[in-house]
Write a protein that binds this ligand. Sequence first.
Ligand code: CP
Ligand code: NVA
Length: 308
Amino acid sequence: MAKDFLSLSDAGGDMVAAMINDAIDRKAARKGWAKARPDADAPLAGHVLAMIFEKNSTRTRVSFDMAMRQLGGSALILEAGSTQIGRGESIADTARVLSRMVDAIMIRTDDHAKIEELAHYAEVPVINGLTDLSHPCQIVADLLTVVERGFALPGLQLAWLGDGNNVANSLIEAAGLMKFTIRVGGPAGYEPDAGFVARARAAGGEVILTQDAREAVAGAQVVVTDTWVSMGQAGGEVHVAAMQPYQVDGALMAAAAPDAMFLHCLPAHRNEEVTDEVMDGPQSAVWDEAENRLHAQKSVLLWALGKL
Ligand code: CP
Ligand code: NVA
């Protein structure tokens, strides 16, 4: 059975912790090296990852490509529109064909049902590079960034501001797996997925939903936000109006714990969900977070290919 990474739960809390530790070790071991030089053990030598993109990407695309290079393997980028998927070849047949030629598949797609279908028919691991429902790879990088700054995950106090989107859903999933508290501050009608909330609570995470931005950030050691309008999401102008009270600005950061860190998966819409003052300020860890996509994706690939 191929080890798919469609959600953080596919790996589980212990394995997510192991991924973070491995990423910290590998990152330290290659400090100062040329960026494409393979790690000393080149654990994925001879392996190829195919990446299918049905939506735009900068970080996910570059981090997985560089991750494969650093692990000693290589990657193929397939823009869905220029493949036969774009002309209607089925996901199932695409899965069967790619499984004969590559060792793993990463896909960024609009509809979560498509990645489930791909994983069902593929004989190689399938990795979720973002769907409308979730973005687990991002959260491994985010947790790595939090741990790197000296925070323990169990008992962590984290605030999410704005839209209850794919990134929020995976962060809520992480709260259950790693046993931390997440306070989600956002407008009515933009709550995160109810299934993710229920499962995280059942797993031992504390998930608090509020429409009060100040209540969300009170005592938070980490403040996280994302775009108010995700790729492919309809009704942009309505969203922006509803989200305004949840903008992360200096005053809202001051209402969090002293020295709270600020995270954003990027791309940011500066002076919408976050002000320049916060993005570029001393509490922002967004560039480390972006770099950590690379280190985190290496761990995800190693886990999926049975090397972790
Ligand atoms: N955070 C993230 O997934 O970025 P990209 O859309 O650039 O891949
Ligand atoms: N929620 C955003 C994340 C982008 C990385 C989106 O889906 O567009």
